[in-house]
Design a protein around this ligand. Structure first.
Ligand SMILES: CC(C)(COP(=O)(O)OP(=O)(O)OC[C@H]1O[C@@H](n2cnc3c(N)ncnc32)[C@H](O)[C@@H]1OP(=O)(O)O)[C@@H](O)C(=O)NCCC(=O)NCCS
Length: 181
């Protein structure tokens, strides 16, 4: 599909791909940066290489099922925000290099992503999941206007030796009669 580029006040969101290997790897193999994630941390660079190849292949499809964006701040790659579709519902995800935490970047990128997919792709239902201990992540969800709609056991973060609990958050936009949000 045609590359999508989304611009925010401070960030540029561009299709993620192999060109970002070094900067993705910097957080993808870092325990503190990835301890609450189910698919990270990666154990070696090869895992990051494979992930980025999959992301690039998805972007090349006519109708991708998921979209991963690099967050660029003054041209520096500082994190990723993504949306994965299943039955029309968009699941949001994010990670920011820990050097850039608490500057509002995850929120700024995710908010722009939601707006873009709502306005240009007609997405009206967004969800997100996170470990119940991942305060930073559910604060982003709450700031986006999402509502907590579930809490489940049985989450296994990759770096964990036992299961934990997770929250589900949702955001639903009502379409009016003219089919506009
Ligand atoms: C979750 C994550 C992406 C947030 O990134 P960020 O850019 O630091 O978040 P923001 O600066 O946009 O913060 C958004 C809100 O969350 C709050 N917040 C962020 N980190 C927080 C923390 N550790 N504790 C409490 N609140 C926090 C911010 O204060 C802000 O709210 P406010 O504007 O009302 O003050 C980042 O912590 C991260 O990369 N974590 C590791 C990866 C991860 O766990 N991803 C989610 C997997 S489900």
């Amino acid at each position: 599909m045609k590359d999508i580029e989304i611009t925010t006040e401070r960030l540029s969101l561009k299709p993620l791909g192999s060109a970002y290997l070094e900067t993705v790897n910097a957080y993808a193999m870092d325990y503190e940066n990835a301890k609450y994630m189910c698919r990270l941390p990666n154990e070696d660079v090869e895992e990051t290489v494979k992930f980025l190849a999959d992301v690039e292949a998805e972007w090349a499809k006519e109708k991708p099922d998921f979209f991963e964006f690099a967050m660029l701040y003054h041209n520096e790659h500082i994190g990723v925000v993504g949306i994965y579709f299943e039955n029309g519902v968009g699941e949001l995800g994010w990670i920011v290099n820990k050097k850039y935490w608490r500057n509002g970047f995850a929120y700024e990128a995710a908010d722009a992503l939601v707006t873009y997919f709502r306005d240009h792709m007609g997405t009206t239902h967004f969800i997100a999941h996170c470990d119940t201990e991942n305060v930073a992540s559910y604060k982003v969800m709450e700031k986006l206007g999402m509502t907590r709609t579930g809490e489940y056991g049985g989450r296994r973060n990759r770096a964990a030796s036992e299961d934990s609990f997770e929250y589900r958050y949702e955001l639903i936009f009502q379409m009016n009669h003219k089919n506009e949000v």
